[in-house]
Design a protein around this ligand. Structure first.
Ligand code: NAD
Length: 362
């Protein structure tokens, strides 16, 4: 079944009880310290997911915005009570350095712009959160890490699944191996994108299914095994809409080999809805389906063990965990190095598809 992302999130948001009315901040009246978060880029993810989630967080609140679209400003100011002094554009966002209302700058832009604006954000001296995929190249990822290190600020990448309890359960199984040695993994993530002129179809802006959705199966293979792949055994791109997907991949298949011998067969697409992770081991198997949906992750193992823990909101959970790491000065759960590991492999997957040859990673 093809899954339209907006329809899906709209339905799940209704299920979670969100409304279209202004959001009351449930924690605003408590004495709990909250970090001020500034969203950079007011597109789909900021509008539909992150800003609403920031009304549910314990440790953060939405205090600022950076946008290049002036017509969006009055609506955001009214809905979230953001004062004029906390509204920026891409040219003047460096001035956030002097704004005590803002502790964190969250980059929610097209992937090809992550490096430029995450580095700008780091230079303000504020902590940086950057959406997945971290950037287009490992070189860009390293530049973001270096800018954050130089400015002594924390950097977190928006891999929300690593904050999700059922995912955390199977991450633990990478160590404990209750079903024995992992033999095969199947991981697939995609949705039907009906747009024809969006940045996700533009190479310079970091488009392509592999970057956008492919990092979900890729990251899953790494957290499921607890290993780093040694090779991209094969990869290939296909498209059913060649007039739209002229620059970037619509669908990508890739196969990874891990040091333990585990093999992962993965797929990602802008042409097909899919959301499954299956792990076959020597003494059993387990799966999550869906494994990366906003509305909740579900799964089970071959011995009947259920993976069905619930959290109210994945984005709120992620931002609260990241805020606590800043407030307590502890390591973040998903640092820049983690995002960079995936992008290094994404580059190798594109190379394997281009050359038709196996690409070694270690
Ligand atoms: P979007 O196209 O809806 O929004 C992008 C925003 O960037 C828009 O407001 C647009 O005006 C702005 N922008 C600034 N300069 C631009 C330029 N030169 N070209 C195009 N847009 C420009 O995209 P989105 O779906 O909100 O994705 C933004 C980021 O969030 C991406 O990195 C994406 O991977 C990530 N994302 C993450 C999740 C998740 O579950 N973690 C989900 C969706 C998106």
């Amino acid at each position: 079944m093809s899954l339209n992302r907006r329809t899906f999130i709209k339905n799940t948001s209704l299920l979670l009880g969100y409304s279209l009315l202004p959001y009351p901040n449930l924690y605003a009246s408590t004495s709990q310290k909250q970090l001020g978060v500034c969203l950079v880029g007011l597109g789909y993810y900021s509008t539909d997911l992150l800003a609403p989630a920031l009304q549910l967080t314990k440790h953060c609140r939405l205090t600022g915005i950076v946008t290049g679209s002036p017509h969006k400003i009055p609506k955001w100011q009214k809905r979230y009570g953001i004062p004029d002094k906390n509204v920026y554009n891409y040219q003047n966002m460096g001035r956030i350095a002097d704004n005590p209302d803002i502790d964190v700058i969250y980059i929610v832009l097209p992937t090809g712009l992550h490096a430029k604006y995450a580095i700008k954000a780091a230079h303000t001296g504020k902590h940086v959160w950057c959406e997945k995929p971290m950037a287009r190249t490992a070189t860009e990822c390293q530049a973001i890490i270096d800018a954050c290190t130089k400015n002594n600020v924390k950097l977190s990448i928006g891999y929300r699944m690593q904050h999700e309890p059922n995912t955390q359960q199977i991450i633990k199984w990478a160590d404990t191996k209750p079903y024995g040695k992992i033999k095969n993994i199947i991981a697939e993530a995609g949705y039907y994108d009906s747009r024809s002129d969006h940045w996700k179809q533009n190479k310079a802006l970091g488009g392509g299914a592999m970057y956008d959705m492919g990092v979900y199966p890729l990251n899953a293979t790494r957290y499921v095994t607890g290993e780093e792949p040694i090779a991209v055994l094969k990869a290939n791109h296909t498209t059913k809409r060649p007039k739209i997907y002229t620059e970037v991949d619509e669908t990508t298949h890739f196969t990874l080999e891990f040091p333990s011998g585990a093999i992962a067969n993965c797929k990602t697409s802008f042409g097909l809805g899919m959301n499954d992770l299956r792990v076959d081991c020597e003494k059993g198997s387990y799966s999550l389906s869906p494994f990366q949906a906003y509305g909740g992750i579900r799964g089970k193992a071959s011995d009947g063990t259920l993976l069905n823990q619930r959290i109210p909101n994945q984005q709120a959970q992620q931002m609260d965990n990241d805020a606590l790491a800043i407030m307590n000065d502890t390591p973040v759960m998903v640092p820049g190095e983690e995002g960079m590991k995936d992008i290094r492999i994404v580059e190798a997957i594109y190379k394997a598809a281009r050359t038709g040859k196996k690409v070694m990673l270690q």
